[in-house]
Structures are given as structure tokens and as C-alpha cells.
Design a binder for this molecule. Structure first.
Ligand SMILES: Cc1cc2ncn([C@H]3O[C@H](COP(=O)(O)O)[C@@H](O)[C@H]3O)c2cc1C
Ligand SMILES: O=C(O)c1cccnc1
Length: 346
């Protein structure tokens, strides 16, 4: 059974990082969230000269039993079709990864399709889709352990290649239902506040999704532990992301968090090991309505608000150059003394 031991980064270095940032030739605080981002990365890496190396976006894909209940604007087959689109290079996340020179790995966590013989894919399949959580747990505790472990393995692989910064993406028709359930069950938020349009339901569709998820909540008979809630309501791809995040934190990597589904996977990770949150930077606020509340619960400040609602890691990839600017600022800007610039009064 996979266990994780995550240390909180030592905050002692934060004061030195702040001094260094305040000594750069600009009014104090004038580079806003770039300053906070540089400080956070410096604390994670325990250095005054942080770096980003070999960034990766890991897209995990899996199918969901709950999709049989008509809770999505589209059909289950789209999960499999999009996996082919990712490896063919045509998906949103594929083009942004190329644009920014970020590595992309696509992982079959549990798609309802046999991909054997596709070398472009990482094969970690647990089963051909989860069970329908309206009637039974989506996965067993053993499967959840396996998913956490397999997600961690993928992160180990990129870390061995020298990566110190990772974002996660997901593909799984029906998975915004998992995210809403995780938020409701782990943080006691009414379903009315956690359920939204996902990939594009109309108002009637959202009402149907709410009815189905209310029934699923009422029929849950588990022990209410975080582990049992995750096994009951998550998905194979999201659980692998949860495991990948826990491993990334354990390895001291920077985690660049994407939208609603990835933040829900993080919420699950934090329910198991809250220290994971110290390793996260939040790339954007998604247009899925509940994402704002989710970020508030986790205490995350998003860098961007671009009205995205796609997932796949797209928001993280679009935000990546902002991390590069933050690193550039702290390592390359002149100090007041070096540039012979007079400091402001405050
Ligand atoms: C063509 C297409 C590409 C996508 N890429 C990500 N998603 C996003 O939509 C899905 C979640 O929404 P829901 O819960 O409503 O099914 C996930 O696969 C998510 O990654 C997509 C959805 C579609 C239709
Ligand atoms: O923000 C997201 O991750 C998201 C929103 C809607 C649908 N799929 C993903």
C-alpha cells in the first residue's frame, strides 16, 4: 500500500526571499502576484535563486459510471476520442504544450477502450471505467490505493528526467460530477453550490445533474472518512492525479494547479495530507461556477481569469509563462545598490 510522507517547506527562508524581492529596482510590491509567486517557489525549493526545469503537463484519462445517468452535455465515447486527439497533437492542451515547450504525457487511467499497442500512451489502466456511484462506490479501496500509487509513478518518472514543476490535466466525460460530489462530501457544501454546467449543460441539464447527484448523496452509506469518500465518488484519472500531487509534494516539486476538476483532485489530496497545499500555485479561476468557492476553501489565489472551462491542464499551460516571469524577476532584476537607484520612502 502506497503511503506518502510530505514535509511542510521550512518558512524560515521566506523573510530572506522577501528582502531580496524588496531590494529589486521597483516600488515594493509593484510586481504583485509575480512577487508572491517567486517567493512561493523559493520557499518550495528552499533557495533564493529558484529555477524551473523540464515542466510537464500530465493528462490522465478515465471513464465514469455516473456518465450513464445523462449528467454531461456529451457522450462517454468522447473520452476515448479525445485521447486520440491528445496523442494526435490536436487538442487544446496539445497546442499550448507545444507553444510553451512543455512536455505532455497522456495516461490511460481507466478509459472504456483498449489502447494496448499505442506507444504514445502511458498505460496505467485500472479498469474500463468506474462503477456508477448512484448505486455503488465508484471504486474499491484497493483500486484507490492502486490509483494513488500509479499516479505517483508517473510523477517519479518525470522527476527522474529532471522535472521540478508539474501540472495535471484530466479527460473523463462525467467527471465534473465527481468534483462536485467531492466538494460537497469533503467540505459539507450544499450540492446547489457545487453543481454546474460542466462541459456545457443547459439549465434543464444542470437541474437533472443536481437531482441525480442529490440521490447519490442520499444513498451514500460509507464511513465518511476522506479515503472512503474519495473511493466512492472520484474517478480513476482524478485519483491518479491526487496520488501524483501527493508524490510531487513529497519530492518538493512545484504543482501548477489547473481548473475545477484538478482543484477537486487537489481537495482530495489535501483531505489526506493537507501539507500538499504548500506546494501549489493556482493558475486560473475556471468558469465552472463552484471553482471560486473551491479556491476560497483551499486558500488559493488564481493568477488568471480567462473564462476558461475546458480542463485538460489548459489553464495551467497558459499560465506557465507567468511563472517564468516570476523566476526571471527574482534572478535577473538589478538591486537598488547595484543599479545605483534611490529607494522609495516606504
Ligand atoms: C470535446 C471535449 C473536450 C474536452 N476536454 C476536456 N473536457 C472536459 O469536460 C469533461 C467534464 O465535463 P462533464 O462533467 O460535463 O462531462 C472532462 O472530460 C473535462 O476534461 C472536454 C469535454 C468535451 C466535450
Ligand atoms: O475547469 C475545469 O477544469 C472544467 C470545467 C468544465 C468542464 N471540464 C473541466
Amino acid at each position: 500500500m502506497k503511503t506518502f510522507s510530505i514535509k511542510r517547506p521550512d518558512r524560515a527562508i521566506a523573510a530572506q526571499l522577501q528582502d531580496k524581492i524588496d531590494d529589486l529596482t521597483k516600488p515594493k510590491g509593484s510586481l504583485g502576484l509575480l512577487e508572491e509567486t517567486a517567493l512561493r517557489i523559493g520557499v518550495i525549493q528552499q533557495t533564493l535563486t529558484p529555477t524551473l526545469s523540464k515542466p510537464y503537463n500530465l493528462v490522465f484519462a478515465g471513464d465514469h459510471g455516473i456518465a450513464d445517468e445523462g449528467v454531461s452535455a456529451t457522450v462517454k465515447e468522447v473520452t476515448r476520442q479525445m485521447v486520440y486527439n491528445f496523442i494526435g497533437g490536436g487538442a487544446g492542451v496539445s497546442v499550448f504544450a507545444r507553444q510553451h515547450n512543455i512536455g505532455l504525457k497522456v495516461i490511460d487511467s481507466g478509459v472504456d477502450h483498449d489502447f494496448e499497442g499505442h506507444p504514445e500512451l502511458v498505460h496505467k489502466k485500472i479498469a474500463f471505467g468506474t462503477r456508477n456511484f448512484l448505486y455503488e462506490p465508484a471504486m474499491t479501496h484497493e483500486e484507490l490505493h492502486l490509483a494513488l500509487e500509479r499516479g505517483a509513478e508517473v510523477v517519479d518518472d518525470i522527476h527522474r528526467e529532471g522535472s521540478n514543476v508539474v501540472s495535471f490535466g484530466e479527460m473523463g466525460i462525467g467527471n465534473t460530477s465527481c468534483s462536485s460530489m467531492l466538494m460537497t462530501m469533503l467540505h459539507n457544501v450544499p450540492l446547489e453550490k457545487t453543481v454546474g454546467a460542466g462541459s456545457g449543460l443547459d439549465n434543464k441539464g444542470v437541474q437533472h445533474k443536481l437531482d441525480i447527484l442529490s440521490r447519490a448523496k442520499a444513498s451514500y452509506k460509507g464511513d465518511r472518512s476522506a479515503f472512503d469518500i474519495i473511493a466512492h465518488f472520484s474517478g480513476y484519472e482524478m485519483a491518479m492525479i491526487t496520488g501524483g500531487m501527493l508524490r510531487a509534494a513529497e519530492l518538493g516539486m512545484v504543482i501548477l494547479v489547473d481548473g475545477f476538476n484538478i482543484t477537486a483532485s487537489l481537495m482530495a489530496a489535501a483531505a489526506l495530507h493537507p501539507e500538499v497545499l504548500d506546494y501549489c500555485i493556482y493558475s486560473h479561476k475556471s468558469n465552472e461556477g463552484a471553482h471560486k468557492l473551491m479556491l476560497d476553501i483551499l486558500g488559493g489565489t488564481p493568477l488568471l481569469q480567462l473564462e476558461l472551462r475546458l480542463g485538460e491542464g489548459t489553464g495551467a499551460l497558459v499560465a506557465y509563462p507567468i511563472l517564468e516571469s516570476a523566476i526571471c524577476m527574482i534572478n535577473n532584476m538589478s538591486s537598488f545598490s547595484a543599479a545605483k537607484v534611490t529607494r522609495s520612502f516606504n
